[in-house]
Design a protein around this ligand. Structure first.
Ligand code: HEM
Length: 449
């Protein structure tokens, strides 16, 4: 697309309020505003939120250009500053050479070898949550998933380094930090962190507590005898490329990055997952049959290949409700996307949510049909390659994708061995903050079978 047409155009300027542009429509309609924009105005749009101009691109070919071919020209800019405040220059927020070195060091940790080290921890915690779930009473599933993903994160990052009572305190301090930063990312204007406001002080207290606890575990590990890696902290401390290793503060930044990028995204995806499954008892039975056929075995990080139906259900959930529903970048130099000119400093965005529900690529796009991901099935839906991007595309795609899939799959394997799920909720709407949330927490009733 980019190479065949002259670069002359500006994205279509969507008419808006002369004062605030599209701010009020976006506030009132939330993510449905972006879905409507895609439907009404095509693939390349100019929007304005008060003083902020946004170019929204919605074609899979544009995605390839922005996220893959020209990834060095479209970078994580000022909009990531709130996150940088919490996690410095970890993998999620850094750019350029700094990012490239970190990613090179960390790719193996989230590849098969590293994940096989973490599998035992993820398995232990997901089994605990499946075995101890409250039955026959309606429960707040979204909250349960938030607790689960944070405990999985702590167990995978630090193994068994904490007593249960310390873990509770750490989990609550992490929640405080994550909520503080998410709030700041959703606001257009924020008070400076140095002001002595209660919110700022609570954040600093939780941050300090987390930092000092992780620091003491790190110091203890330095003194311990060399042993095979047991958890992500060991893997991070041993990671090396041509003699280069991560420093203590870099490791701290990474741990916060993984927590911030992995916790809420996975918890929300598992909330939507059980919302859809509760409405599709036949899909629950198919998952249960597949798990039984596999004897509930999941003994290495590639075992998801033996669970094609479960994998299709996970994909279909992330198609309908991608936690990373919008991905933004800033142009580091004058550039182009397709036939459109882009000026240095321009903020651009792509939306997996809009593309995942685009009828040009997906038949019956708003309906939950896992079979569309089963090759060979009559409902198999061959969409263009870049029209499905729950974990983004290109070199800055989600490093934790395999981790997230393992966690979701293991929870289902343990859960559907003896349980099924029901709900009375039918009309949950999507709300887009940094991630894509349900407008109310998902509530389900679990039955034992
Ligand atoms: C279902 C769960 C998840 C979804 C849908 C998801 C989605 C995404 C997306 C869309 C991005 C790209 C963001 C951007 O470019 O602006 C991303 C990046 C990232 N994710 Fe995930 N993620 C999930 C789970 C996880 C987990 C479990 C971890 C860590 C254990 C993780 C760690 C990261 C990191 C570190 C990045 C930045 C990578 C880089 O820039 O090199 N994610 N994720």
């Amino acid at each position: 697309m980019a190479n065949t047409k002259a670069v002359t155009k500006e994205p279509f300027k969507v008419p808006g309020n002369f004062l605030v542009g599209h701010l009020l429509s976006a506030k009132n309609e939330g993510v449905y505003f972006y879905l409507r924009m895609g439907k009404e105005h095509g693939d390349a749009l100019q929007l304005r939120f008060a003083h902020l101009n946004l170019y929204l691109f919605l074609h899979p070919d544009h995605y390839r250009e922005i996220l893959v071919d020209k990834a060095d020209q479209f970078i994580k800019g000022k909009q990531y500053d709130s996150l940088r405040m919490l996690m410095g220059n970890g993998l999620l927020t850094s750019t350029g050479k700094d990012w490239a070195l970190q990613r090179k060091l960390m790719n193996p940790l989230f590849g098969k070898e590293g994940m096989d080290v973490l599998l035992g921890h993820i398995n232990r915690i997901t089994k605990k949550y499946a075995d101890h779930v409250t039955v026959n009473h309606e429960i707040d599933w979204t909250k349960y998933m938030f607790d689960l993903t944070l405990e999985v994160a702590f167990a995978s990052f630090f193994g068994k380094s904490f007593a249960d009572k310390d873990l509770d305190k750490l989990v609550s301090a992490s929640f405080d930090c994550i909520r503080f930063v998410s709030r700041r990312m959703s606001n257009i204007v924020n008070p400076p962190v140095f002001l002595p406001l209660k919110d700022n002080q609570d954040f600093k207290k939780s941050y300090h507590y987390l930092n000092s606890t992780v620091s003491s575990i790190y110091n203890a590990r330095l003194l311990a005898e060399d042993a095979p890696p047991r958890d992500l902290l060991d893997l991070l401390m041993k990671a090396e490329d041509n003699g280069l290793k991560l420093s203590k503060s870099q490791i701290w930044d990474q741990i916060l990055s993984f927590m911030m990028a992995g916790h809420e995204t996975t918890a929300l995806t598992m909330s939507w997952l059980f919302y859809y499954l509760a409405q599709h008892p036949e899909a629950q039975e198919k998952i249960a049959d597949e798990c039984k056929r596999n004897d509930y075995k999941f003994d290495n990080s590639l075992a998801i290949n033996q669970y094609p139906y479960l994998n299709a259900v996970l994909n279909e959930t992330m198609r309908l409700n991608p936690a990373g529903w919008i991905i933004s970048r800033e142009a580091a130099e004058d550039s182009s996307i397709g036939e459109f000119k882009i000026k240095k400093g321009q903020v651009i965005a792509v939306s997996p949510l809009v593309t995942h529900r685009d009828p040009r690529w997906w038949s019956d796009p708003n309906t939950f049909i896992p079979e569309r991901f089963l090759e060979g099935h009559e409902l198999y839906n061959k969409a263009p390659k870049n029209a499905f991007l729950p974990f983004s595309l290109g070199k800055r795609n989600c490093i934790g994708a395999r981790f997230a899939v393992l966690e979701m799959a293991l929870l289902c394997i343990h859960f559907f061995k003896e349980h099924r799920v029901q709900t009375t909720q039918t009309n949950i709407r999507m709300k887009g903050y940094v991630t894509l949330k349900p407008d109310k927490n998902i509530r389900v009733t679990v039955k034992r079978v």
